[in-house]
Structure formats: structure tokens, C-alpha cells
Ligand binder design. Structure first.
Ligand code: DSN
Length: 420
């Protein structure tokens, strides 16, 4: 993307923006929570709607001049409802963390309990990690995997904890778990203890929208929270979806505004509307399916090499690999080494990790961004081979050689401006 005005008026920012454009174009993005947006989504984000205050919701705002904010927010809401089979959608959360926090404040009293996934087993900070301020207000209890080699969740223990601690929310969802959850069991446990079943689908929203993964609402989940910028391929932001209860939706609306946020970012909401429109096209289903095929192709290469994959593989868009056991290298070192070859991914804790969080044993990688660039199974498998080469040999010549091939793969698959 060109920035002619910034170039003319602010050379320092222009240099940083141009650098990022080049980094994204020439490198391969494997961070599973990242993706590339269309030019149409970018245009909406750069639109004049950023100038407008619009506290409230369509048809009931606090300031005048809302005919166009109401139009875009209504479009975003209606498209989101259609994509996920929801009765209600709040498209104002500024991000996934905000969506989760608002859901807690909407539905809980201080001191109430949430049963969520252990962070080192794939859960997210906002699912109640002690470093978040959420734990000063609510009580978070945990479930995890019974067997990290297969990824099976310990549903028996989860039920035991639920009966003992009486959570108000049973929270499914993850940011580093490569398997599908047994939604029936989650909902059954929630119902048994009188809790609401909430699923944070941030990572797999695009897979659900593209019908390449099960939809938690089909299994009775009450609420889904999500980001809009990962597999869903929209602008950075969040959203909360309610399956059927008008009462819950009303509480969520109040928690977002005036409870936690001020003026909604209307340019982002316009971009969400555009992205949801893109996700409603039939081509998006093919995209979602290809993400999983590409992950499987990478999984096959790592498995053949004898690498240790947490849960034994992947059913979705991401792989969690024990770099320490597989390649005798820490996650942090692996991340830096691969960065030098133009392959970006992130270090990640693995279950039972004994290493520090800033340099854990694992790496997390995924295929949503590569798939947007048109990678298919063969190219994805080749990227895994290049990674293995770099991680096993590590010398400068091998890194340089891999980097050259990465540049060639990137050049052959330019970041698209449109998905139609
Ligand atoms: N930062 C996002 C991720 O990478 O999964 C969610 O925290």
C-alpha cells in the first residue's frame, strides 16, 4: 500500500510503515493469530468514520449525525448474525480481551467463579491468568488436558471442579490448542451446575464461519466471544454473539457501553462489516477448508521428522511444537533463528513447561496467513521442511539459503488485495 501523504508530511512514520509493508511482503507469516486483510477492509479502516463519536447503539445514540454510523453498524451486526447463526451481535468491543472482560462484567457479580482452560494447556490470559486484574474481581478455576499426547480434555475432572466450585460461566476456547473440543460435554457440564456456556472462538472464528469447524451454537453454547482479525480475516477488533437470549444480549450491550467502553471505533466497525461480507461469500468456505489442509500438510512433515507435537497433531489452523524435545532448542531461540530466515512465528509455553514464559519450550505456528496468500499443501509442506532444516542445522549458510527460498515463495504468492 502507498502512503503518499504520510511520505510527504512525516518521513519517520512513513519509513516505519514502508518497512512493515516490505517485511510482510517478503517474509512468511506463521503466527496463527495473524492474517492479511483485503484492500476493501483497509479502506474502511482509513475512512472518515474515525472522526465520529457514536456512543450508544443504532437508533439510540447520544450525539447527532448518526445516519451513516447506524448504517454500517447495522450491516456489521446483521452479517455477523448470519455468519454465526446468532440472534444478537455486539460489534463494538475493541478487541478480544475487551469482549471477554465485558462478558464477565455483564453476567457475573464480583467473587463469582469462571471455569476456564489452564493457560499452559492453551487457554488465554483473559480466561483468568493471575497476571490479569480480572483475578482481583472474579474467581477463576481450571480444567486442562487429561493427556497432552492426544489433547483429550479431562472432562471428568472438569465436572468434579464444576460441582465443587459452582461456576457461573463454563468457558471453552483457547489461543494455543490444536484440537476441536467436545462441545456437548462442555454444555452438559455447564447445564449440570447451572452455568452459562461461553466459548471464546477468537482463533477459530473463520473456521466456524467457513463451516470448516463445528459451530458451538449448534451444541447449545449461550455466548461466543471473538476477535475479528484472526482466521476471520477482518480488522483488529472484537465481537460478542448471543445464541438466543434477549436478556443476555441486553446485559452485554450495557457492559460494553456505558459499562466499559466509550465511543465505538466506527471505522473499525465499518471494516468489520466489509470483512463479514467477504466471509459470507462461498469462496470463504474454500479458504477455511484450505487452512486446515495446509496445517495437516505441515503436521505430516513434522511428524515424519519425529518432532513432538502437543496433542499429537492438529484439527485446526495451528500447531504447537515442543522445540526443546524435538530440536534441542528453546522456543525463544527457535523464534529468533526462524526470524532470520524470514519465517515469523511465536515462542509458546507447552503443558508442564519448566522453562520461563519469555523463553519457553514450545513454538506455535499456523497457516491462516499463508493460506490467504494462496499457499496449498505442497508449499506449506515445503515451509515445514525449511523450518526443520534451519532448526536442525542452524549455521549461517543454511539460514541464508532458507531465507532465499522463503523470499522466492513469498514473491510467488503476493499478498492479495481482494478475495473475490
Ligand atoms: N495474541 C493473541 C494470540 O496470538 O493468540 C491472543 O492473545
Amino acid at each position: 500500500m502507498e502512503f503518499p501523504f504520510i511520505e510527504r508530511e512525516d518521513r519517520e512514520v512513513a519509513a516505519a510503515l514502508a518497512g512493515e509493508e516490505q517485511r510482510e511482503a517478503e517474509g512468511l507469516e506463521l503466527i496463527p493469530s495473524e492474517n492479511y486483510i483485503s484492500r476493501a477492509v483497509k479502506e474502511a479502516m482509513a475512512s472518515s468514520l474515525t472522526n465520529k463519536y457514536a456512543e450508544g447503539y443504532p437508533g439510540r445514540r447520544y450525539y447527532g449525525g448518526q445516519e451513516f454510523t447506524d448504517a454500517v453498524e447495522t450491516l456489521a451486526i446483521e452479517r455477523a448474525k448470519k455468519l454465526f447463526g446468532a440472534a444478537y451481535a455486539n460489534v463494538q468491543p475493541l478487541g478480544g480481551a475487551n469482549a471477554n472482560i465485558a462478558t464477565y462484567f455483564a453476567l457475573l457479580e464480583p467473587g463469582d467463579t469462571v471455569l476456564g482452560m489452564e493457560l499452559s494447556h492453551g487457554g488465554h490470559l483473559t480466561h483468568g491468568h493471575p497476571v490479569t486484574y480480572l483475578t482481583k474481581i472474579f474467581n477463576f478455576v481450571r480444567y486442562g488436558m487429561k493427556d497432552v499426547e492426544t489433547g483429550e480434555i479431562d472432562y471428568e475432572d472438569m465436572l468434579r471442579v464444576a460441582k465443587e466450585t459452582k461456576p457461573k460461566i463454563v468457558l471453552a476456547g483457547f489461543s494455543a490448542y490444536p484440537r476441536e473440543l467436545d462441545y456437548e460435554k462442555f454444555v452438559a457440564i455447564a447445564r449440570e451446575v447451572g452455568a452459562l456456556a461461553v466459548m471464546d472462538v477468537a482463533h477459530i472464528a473463520g473456521l466456524i464461519a467457513g463451516k470448516a469447524a463445528k459451530n458451538p451454537f449448534d451444541y447449545g453454547f449461550d455466548i461466543m466471544t471473538t476477535t475479528t482479525h484472526k482466521t476471520l480475516r477482518g480488522p483488529r477488533g472484537g465481537m460478542i454473539l448471543t445464541r438466543e437470549s434477549a436478556e443476555i444480549a441486553k446485559k452485554i450491550d450495557k457492559a460494553i457501553f456505558p459499562g466499559l467502553q466509550g465511543g465505538p471505533h466506527m471505522h473499525q466497525i465499518a471494516a468489520k462489516a466489509v470483512a463479514f461480507g467477504e466471509a459470507l461469500r462461498t469462496s470463504f468456505a474454500a479458504y477455511a477448508k484450505q487452512i486446515i489442509l495446509n496445517t495437516k500438510a505441515m503436521e505430516g512433515v513434522f511428524a515424519k521428522q519425529g518432532a513432538r507435537l502437543i496433542t499429537g497433531g492438529s484439527d485446526n489452523h495451528l500447531i504447537l511444537l515442543d522445540a526443546e524435545t524435538s530440536f534441542c532448542i528453546s522456543g525463544g531461540e527457535a523464534e529468533m533463528l526462524l526470524d532470520r530466515a524470514g519465517i515469523t512465528l511465536n515462542k509458546n509455553v507447552i503443558p508442564g513447561d519448566t522453562r520461563p514464559a519469555m523463553d519457553p519450550s514450545g513454538i506455535r505456528l499456523g497457516t491462516p496467513a499463508l493460506t490467504t496468500r494462496g499457499f496449498r499443501e505442497a508449499e506449506s509442506a515445503r515451509v515445514a521442511e525449511l523450518m526443520i532444516d534451519v532448526l536442525t542445522k542452524r549455521d549461517d549458510a543454511v539460514v541464508a539459503c532458507a531465507h532465499e527460498e522463503v523470499r522466492a515463495l513469498a514473491a510467488a504468492h503476493p499478498i492479495p488485495e481482494s478475495f473475490s
